[in-house]
Every structure is written in C-alpha cells, then in structure tokens.
Design a protein around this ligand. Structure first.
Ligand code: ZN
Length: 437
C-alpha cells in the first residue's frame, strides 16, 4: 500500500517518552490498569516468539497468535456491550520535531483491529477465550530502543461492560529480526596506493549482539626491492586498532500543528527532521599480535577477535520505510612506517620517516540469533480465520525535505577524521570488493 499511515487521534494521551514495558516483551503488562471487580482480562500467546526471518525484502513476516482470556467473576454473569482490540506500531521520537510535543513524539499506526463482541452479550461466570492472530508483514521493522527512536508493537484490548469500568489489557509484542549468517566468511581485498600494500581480509558479515567474531587479515606488498638504489623498503606495522560503529538515524515527522503550512493551501506540509546518532560499541588497540615475514615475498598475518560483550548493548540492524535505520560498520585502522636497508647490508635497517594510516571500512549486520525458531510459514502454529490474506503494510514514503545529502555527510566525516591524525599522510583505501565504502 502506498497511502500514508493513518495517525490515530489517541496518540496524544501518551505522557511518557520512555516506556519500561518495551523491554519486557510479550509476557508482562506495560501499563497499570484500573481494576474492574467483576471481570479481568489476560492473554496467552500461543505462537513462538515473533521473529522475522530474513531481510525486509524477503521475509515472510512473523505470525502472532493467542487467546484473550476474559475472566468473569460475577455469579450472575456480566453483560458486555462490546469487546474490541487493536495492534499498533508505535514510534517514539526521542528528539521530536518540536521538543515536548506529544504529537511530534508519538507516531501510532494501526496494523490490525479485532472485534471480539460487536453486540451486547451476557457472559457467564467462567473464563471466556477469544482467539486472535495477526501476520506481521516481513518489511515491518523489529522492535528497537536507541538514543533517538524507539519502535514498539502495542497490543490493547478493551471490553466495555454495561456497568462499571472498562476491562482493559495493554501489552507489547517484542518483534525481532534474524538474518541468516552466511556459512563462509566474506572475503575482501583492499589496496592502498601509492604503496604496494594490499590487505586481504576474511570476516563474518552477519554477527550477533553478543558474540566474538574472527577477522583474518593478511598484508601483502610490504617488501619492495629497488634495484637501481640497491636498497630494500619495508612497511612495518606498528599499531592496529579496530572499532565497531553503530549508526542510527530516523526522520522525526512534524505533527500537523508544528508542520510548516503550505503557502497556497494553508494546509500543513509533510515535513520531518533527520535525527542521527553514532556510537562505538566495541574497540581495541593492538601494538603486537601479528606475524611478520620480511622475506622477498613476505607478508603480515594476524587473526583478530572482535568481541561484542553484553555490556556493548549492540542494537540490531533496522531499516524501516519511515526512515529509521540502524547500521554498523567495522573500521580497521593500521599505522605503518617505512624503513629501508641497503641490499648489501640487509641488517642496517633505517626508518625513512614516512608513516601512513591505512583505514578500511566494512559493513556488518548485527542480527538476532535464529535459535531454534523457524519461519512461521514452515511450521504450524494455530491460525485463526481472521489472518488477513494481505497484511496491512506500514508505509511512510513521505518525501521529507530536510534529509541531508549522505555523500556530503560522509565527506565531512572523512575530513573530520583526517583532521584528527595530522601526523601521517593518509590514503583512504580503494575498495576492490562491491561492499566497499
Ligand atoms: Zn508537534
């Protein structure tokens, strides 16, 4: 579907920006409910944890199914006028378009509604079960909570009795995504002109939030014979540092009140502000740990363990249609210094005074472990008749005006990092592999 999402009017009553319930998954209530003495409402999820298998383009989505349990405690039964429920995708902007505006901070899009009872019904004293199910389309973003945006799936149901307060339930469904880890590590070769150095790396492109991943590196072209000058030049590796960067971005849409008005129609325009943040979730600085061979066809080899401890709190990669994105890249930086020796006296090694920083960027995907889970279409959970043949899609392809030029942003980043290391000449790597930056 291409129409913009319907924003619900009840997005306004949310008064908190952080929701502790987001972390609790589907098993605990996210809000306190007023008590109704005559009946209570609970739920029982029967489907496996909601995991989207595969990337947004190819995933068949996640099926959530369960029962609502309406426990009527009154001996004479309870007359219920209606009983309805809905599932919303709730985006919470941490840096909203207009600060302190609840409408700018909360975007709520209804994914599914249920009518369990549409007309007044007398329910006897017992637990009444109302099945529900929803197929979450594979392109929908996983639940997330980072410094600029949170995405959660809010399930609410409400039974309206003829007398007394409404009987409500509010839960969050934790939606995860698991992208398959390739069995063979990715191989990439980077060269660093004007040196002859070539880096051959093997690394895991898809990693898990808590994991240790091996990065194999070999540097060739570190020995160069100059027959005319009767000398040999060497590149010595002095330092290697790596870091795993987490980049977050989202578009904080303006609510109708805060959106600039169209000059001709006077209607609010679709406008949003790009929000970005970045952090380093793991890093290491190494001054040794590699094998160096300075024979004529010598090379430097090393195996690096890139550990992501639980304290890193790595967020999984996300790309949603409303502009929210979480990506990761591994940045490897090597300091090499040049030395030379006369061919006749190979032991008389002298520094030439030239040093360089060799920098490489590798895109990596952080994803949930698939565990024992399999895609919903490969198993047989309970499916109720209300599973829609074509699930609702959360579409937000709004042409926001204030989106920055990514090319410019990247250039300015490069200039910034170059300014931090004035001691060395620096040559950005020239990527040979299609994944290069
Ligand atoms: Zn606003």
């Amino acid at each position: 579907m291409t129409e913009p999402p319907k924003e619900k009017k009840d997005a306004h009553p949310h008064h908190r920006i952080s929701f502790p319930g987001l972390h609790l998954g589907g098993s605990k209530a996210s809000k306190e409910q007023p008590q109704n003495p005559y009946a209570s409402l609970d739920w029982k999820i029967e489907s496996p944890p909601a995991v989207m298998h595969g990337d947004p383009e190819n995933s068949t989505g996640a099926l959530v199914s369960g029962q609502l349990l309406l426990d009527v405690k009154e001996e004479d039964g309870l007359e219920v006028e209606k009983f309805e429920g809905h599932l919303d995708i709730h985006v919470i902007q941490k840096r909203p378009f207009a600060g302190h505006c609840q409408s700018c901070s909360n975007q709520v899009t209804q994914l599914k509604t249920w009518t369990f009872l549409s007309e007044p019904t007398l329910l006897s004293k017992r637990i009444h079960e109302f099945p529900f199910s929803v197929l979450l389309d594979g392109h929908l973003p996983a639940s997330t909570d980072n410094s600029i945006v949170a995405i959660r799936y809010d399930f609410t149901a409400e039974a309206t009795p003829k007398t007394g307060p409404a009987i409500k339930i509010a839960k969050t469904i934790d939606v995860k995504r698991s992208v398959q880890v390739p069995e063979i590590p990715h191989h990439s070769i980077r060269i660093f002109p004007p040196t002859n150095i070539a880096a051959s790396v093997h690394f895991t492109q898809v990693i898990h939030p808590v994991s240790t991943n091996t990065f194999n590196l070999r540097l060739d072209g570190i020995v160069k014979h100059n027959p005319d000058a009767k000398s040999v030049e060497y590149w010595k590796l002095k330092r290697l540092s790596w870091k795993l960067e987490e980049n977050m971005e989202t578009v904080a849409p303006a609510c109708d009140k805060h959106a600039p008005k169209d000059a001709e129609t006077g209607l609010p325009t679709k406008k949003g502000a790009k929000r970005t943040d970045a952090r380093t979730i793991a890093h290491a600085d190494m001054h040794s740990g590699w094998k160096s061979d300075y024979s004529p066809s010598g090379c430097i080899e090393m195996e690096i363990q890139c550990a992501l401890p639980p304290s890193a709190k790595a967020a999984c990669d996300i790309k949603s249609r409303d502009g929210t994105e979480v990506t990761h890249q591994l940045v490897v930086e090597m300091v090499v210094v040049q030395e030379y020796a006369p061919t006749a006296h190979p032991k008389h090694i002298t520094p030439t005074g030239v040093a360089r920083i060799l920098r490489m960027h590798f895109g990596v995907v952080v994803t949930e472990r698939a565990g024992l889970g399999v895609s919903w279409d490969n198993e047989a959970p309970p499916i109720y008749q209300d599973v829609p043949p074509s699930p609702p899609s959360y579409s937000c392809d709004v042409p926001y005006e204030s989106v920055e030029d990514l090319t410019l942003a990247r250039q300015s980043q490069d200039i910034g990092s170059r300014a931090q290391s004035p001691a060395y000449e620096e040559h950005p790597p020239f990527p040979l592999s299609p994944d290069g930056h």
